[in-house]
Design a protein. Structure first.
Length: 247
């Protein structure tokens, strides 16, 4: 019976001829890869991505203004990329409005249409007192006119789903390739009464309907002034100053 041999090894990670022999015979494991090379590679890649992403979302006029600061060849390449993106948007922006939907045409206008583009459906309240629903209707129009490559539909909730509770409106359904990809019941999971265009654009991004850096996205303001198009502002416009929750 062979007895195990205890091979003396001072440092199994050391680059020695003895360790090489032991590794060859699989007596000790291979020397672990030096992580410093991968770290350096990751840092270079991160720097390159940061260098490129600083131009994301800039329009053509803003790119022209950077001619004295940026490498001309790189800037020209990026400008051509933006022109191509604009051309693509122009050819795919075929909706540009909110489409009222009736139940008999729902499958065609929503489910089947989602095979061609993202379809966002807003289910609204049947009551005129649901302020969240009223203001969402306004913001829905703004989004539809801005993102013409996304189809925005609208339907009264109880006509879409029999017995659907009015307290669950507004409800947002996101369709793609025939399936519901996201469902938002009231605006609590967004920003509640302070839900704004920015919050809805974030939904467009997270569902893949719009890419990060899209030039159409609303720019974040440098000051803290609240957006004029929010649920809370909508309630003030309607004469309701209460902070009640619209469940």
């Amino acid at each position: 019976m062979d007895m195990p041999v205890n091979v003396p090894v001072d440092d199994p990670n050391a680059d020695t001829e003895w360790n090489d022999i032991l590794r060859k015979h699989k007596i000790i494991p291979e020397k672990p890869e030096d992580p410093s090379a991968k770290i350096e590679e990751a840092l270079v890649e991160a720097h390159q991505l940061a260098h490129e992403s600083r131009l994301e979302g800039k329009d053509l006029d803003e790119l022209d203004a950077l001619e004295d600061e940026e490498d001309e060849a790189f800037l020209d390449t990026y400008r051509q990329k933006r022109l191509q993106e604009l051309a693509t948007l122009k050819s795919t922006s075929v909706y540009n409005q909110v489409y009222p939907v009736q139940k008999p045409e729902y499958a065609k206008e929503v489910t089947e249409a989602s095979n061609q583009a993202h379809v966002f459906v807003l289910l609204t309240s049947s009551s005129g007192t649901n302020v969240q629903s009223q203001v969402m209707i306004e913001m829905w129009r703004d989004l539809a006119s801005k993102f013409g490559d996304v189809k925005f539909c609208q339907m009264q909730a109880n006509l879409c789903i029999e017995g659907y509770p009015d307290r669950n409106t507004p409800t947002i359904l996101v369709y793609r390739n025939g399936d519901i990809k996201r469902q938002i019941v009231t605006l609590k999971e967004l920003n509640g009464d302070r839900t704004s265009i920015n919050d809805l654009e974030a939904v467009l991004i997270t569902t893949g309907a719009v890419k990060i850096g899209d030039s159409r996205l609303t720019r974040h303001k440098t000051d803290d002034a609240p957006s004029q198009n929010t649920i809370r502002n909508g309630s003030r416009l309607s004469g309701d100053d209460s902070d009640d929750d619209w469940d």
